[in-house]
Design a protein around this ligand. Structure first.
Ligand code: NAP
Length: 508
């Protein structure tokens, strides 16, 4: 595979755009060749038209062929993995081992959806036969199955250049549902996106799938993504990224003449409730695991545990002092791109500047272009409840302790939490039974609730939920990880009194 700096539109490439952009090495701040041409509106039109034209053919190929296509994508990603990982390393600054793991996970996602397609369980078939003699009225023959929504626009985030980007779970689940995909690559890793798209194209060439089933468009301009979401042939949007981006695209989709579903997975502060007994007994271990989870990947995980809620006590003070000691041992980390670093610093200074914020740890003097240090702040539950700024995600290795004056205040903080991807309870046995009423509150707040565990690391498997009430996502009924993710791109169709000749095979 060779990087061309082009759009991948159907089986063709397009380099007609005048505007060009380059990836930037986050460590040095230097540009990395080659030039990538930004998509023109003509290229976007071609990609979406291709996806529309391919949809009816692609969704009707046999499920065996669809499953084989997904397997081949996994194999192509795997066999071109070295090349993809090495480009991703340069574009993101993420370590090789982390990217190799992410590639593995990405390949496995395609394999998981391939197996799912073969089972047919996702069709959710229901059949009720007719009762012509039923009184007072005869009952018709009714059969239901799920079908794909149509062409899907996929937006990837910068912090997972593979698993939540062009070849990520959104693309895999949309293709599994029988939808065609137009992916909008993140401008922070254009080479990684192009190489992944080339792997998908190679799999298309080996499979019986029509041209246009998958396309990639790229460019550094929001207008590209906006044009994609506004296109009448796009029938759903899958987005992983910031709250601002997800919300902007959601609003745009709702203002279309035909509104369409937007599955935006956005940020989260991932609160952790540290209960009194466990803090007293295990503050050292908790602090070490907390700092590890907070600083993992320079805090650039949507499941980063940014909020600690606990009752003010000497045990909490011990936990804080130990955490500071561990934070002080951390080397600075390099963020994915300058935009993320600026955002991190800007949001930190908004917290820092509030008189109610108590700064616990705040090291400065970063050396590299995108380098940052972790930060750790404290606030009283009263101030946290009063000021909405404390409830926003600070994307990066920033932790905020909410010190509660009483059990009632701790429960009030839980009740006032905005929607989250995760919420964690840390408690000794006594704590867990004493604070069991937190569980129904947290069920209403988060997609995944953890007990004595840390939220970073999202297992790809059936029970997983990676989503949550707004603002964690724009549709709390969905998950972007695990087999259930396919549901986002399906809709039910009921067939009434259908003649056998024209009844879809699935329903016979
Ligand atoms: P981002 O800046 O929102 O970018 C994501 C994509 O959306 C990019 O292609 C971007 O295009 C596009 N975009 C953003 N704003 C837009 C707008 N107003 N109009 C049109 N397109 C727009 O996100 P990021 O910085 O890569 O990722 C960091 C964020 O993602 C964090 O908040 C993190 O918590 C969240 N995240 C969530 C999950 C999850 O599963 N829930 C996973 C990973 C990350 P341009 O780059 O061209 O602007």
């Amino acid at each position: 595979m060779k990087l061309m700096g082009q759009q991948v539109v159907g089986v063709k490439t397009d380099k007609s755009g005048q505007q060009t952009f380059r990836a930037v090495d986050p460590a040095s701040g230097k540009q990395i060749p080659p030039d990538f041409s930004a998509a023109t509106f003509g290229a976007i039109e071609l990609a979406v038209q291709g996806a529309e034209n391919a949809f009816d053919h692609y969704r009707q190929i046999s499920y065996q062929s669809r499953a084989a296509f997904l397997m081949r994508i996994g194999s192509q990603l795997e066999s071109n993995g070295k090349h993809i990982v090495s480009r991703a390393q340069r574009e993101t600054g993420l370590p090789k081992a982390r990217l190799e793991n992410e590639l593995n996970r990405t390949v496995n996602q395609f394999r998981l959806f391939s197996s799912l397609v073969k089972t047919g369980s996702w069709l959710e078939i229901e059949i009720e036969q007719s009762h012509p003699l039923r009184e007072p009225q005869p009952k018709p023959d009714l059969r239901r199955r799920m079908i794909g929504l149509g062409p899907v626009a996929v937006f990837g985030a910068s912090n997972f250049p593979l698993a939540f980007s062009v070849p990520g779970g959104d693309t895999a689940s949309a293709l599994a549902a029988g939808c065609t995909v137009v992916a909008k690559g993140h401008p922070a890793h254009p080479g990684t996106s192009e190489l992944a798209a080339q792997a998908i194209l190679l799999a298309m060439a080996e499979s019986n799938v029509p041209e246009g089933t998958f396309s990639l468009i790229q460019g550094p301009d929001y207008n590209i993504g906006r044009a994609l979401v506004s296109h009448p042939s796009i029938k759903a949007v899958a987005f992983t990224g910031s709250h601002q981006g997800g919300r902007a695209l959601f609003n745009l989709a709702m203002s279309r003449e035909e509104p369409i579903p937007v599955y935006a997975e956005m940020g989260s502060t991932n609160p952790m409730f540290m209960l009194p007994k466990i803090l007293e007994n295990d503050y050292e271990l908790l602090a070490s695991r907390f700092v590890q989870s907070l600083t993992l990947g320079v805090g650039q995980f949507c499941t980063n545990p940014g909020l600690i809620v606990a009752i003010d006590s000497p045990a909490l003070e011990n936990f804080i002092a130990t955490s500071i000691r561990f934070l002080d041992m951390q080397a600075e980390g390099i963020m994915l791109h300058s935009g993320i670093k600026q955002n991190y610093q800007c949001r930190l200074s908004r917290w820092r500047d509030l008189p109610s914020t108590h700064v616990l740890f705040d090291k400065k003097g970063e050396t590299d272009a995108c380098a940052v240090n972790p930060a750790f702040f404290q606030v009283s539950s009263k101030s946290w409840l009063e000021n909405p700024l404390y409830k926003e995600e600070v994307f990066g290795p920033a932790g905020l302790v909410v010190a509660c004056g009483s059990i009632e205040e701790l429960f009030e903080v839980a009740r006032q939490l905005p929607g989250q991807l995760t919420a964690s309870l840390h408690g000794a046995e006594d704590d867990l039974s004493r604070f069991r009423d937190l569980v129904p509150i947290l069920e209403r707040k988060a997609g995944r609730i953890l007990c004595n565990d840390f939220p970073t690391g999202v297992e790809v498997c059936s029970p997983m939920v990676h989503g949550g009430p707004y603002p964690a996502s724009t549709d709390s009924r969905s998950t972007s990880v695990g087999p259930l993710a396919i549901r986002r791109f399906l809709r039910p169709v009921c067939y009434q009194n259908f003649h056998l000749d024209i009844l879809p095979d699935d329903l016979r």
